[in-house]
Design a protein around this ligand. Structure first.
Ligand code: WE7
Length: 158
């Protein structure tokens, strides 16, 4: 359980190597720049166990680095405990959302708010598409969406 006064957000996608590590790193950078990172528990995870232990996709790392952000994340799958300990579980697409809601049903007293990260987008792009079979430009688009959404999400929580 999060310590009193802290808030927590878990970013989730299919494999925890493309979209959710970008969202996690963007949000941590924003919270750091805003001087509130100590008030947050921030992590990311996958709905699947396919990539467990893998580092983020090289294209995602290059995209983040281009914007002055570093990350060292190792992919992990969402656990039952995540549904108890996180305030927010923010995912990328409808498939992530239905998978998380399905998993949440097996957790008694789970209190995490499960939402699409895109629901915070002031430009109303609800879905953050999987860039796995995409181009560098698709990663850049994911990054821009994460920036807009994380900024709005952080503002709402300050
Ligand atoms: C992805 C992926 C992504 C697709 N990251 N993988 Cl080969 C596979 C099968 C089950 C789970 C995972 Cl995670 C993976 C590897 C990792 N972002 N996106 N696969 C993907 C995209 C479009 C159509 C089908 C798949 C599996």
């Amino acid at each position: 359980m999060a310590t009193t006064g802290t808030k927590s957000a878990l970013f989730v996608c299919l494999g925890n190597i493309c979209r959710s590590p970008i969202a996690e790193a963007v949000f941590r950078k924003m919270a750091t720049d805003a001087g509130v990172v100590d008030k947050w528990v921030i992590d990311s995870a996958a709905t699947s166990d396919w990539n467990t232990g893998s580092n983020p996709d090289a294209r995602g790392l290059a995209c983040l680095r281009k914007h002055g952000i570093e990350t060292s994340h190792s992919a992990r799958q969402v656990t039952k405990d995540d549904f108890l300990s996180f305030d927010y579980i923010l995912c990328m697409d409808e498939s992530n959302l239905s998978e998380l809601n399905r998993k949440a049903k097996n957790v008694k007293n789970g209190s995490a708010k499960i939402e699409l990260l895109g629901s915070y987008d002031p430009e109303k792009q609800l879905i953050i598409q999987d860039p796995y079979y995409g181009s560098d430009q698709d990663f850049e688009k994911v990054y821009e969406q994460c920036v807009r959404c994380c900024n709005a999400f952080l503002k709402m929580n300050s």
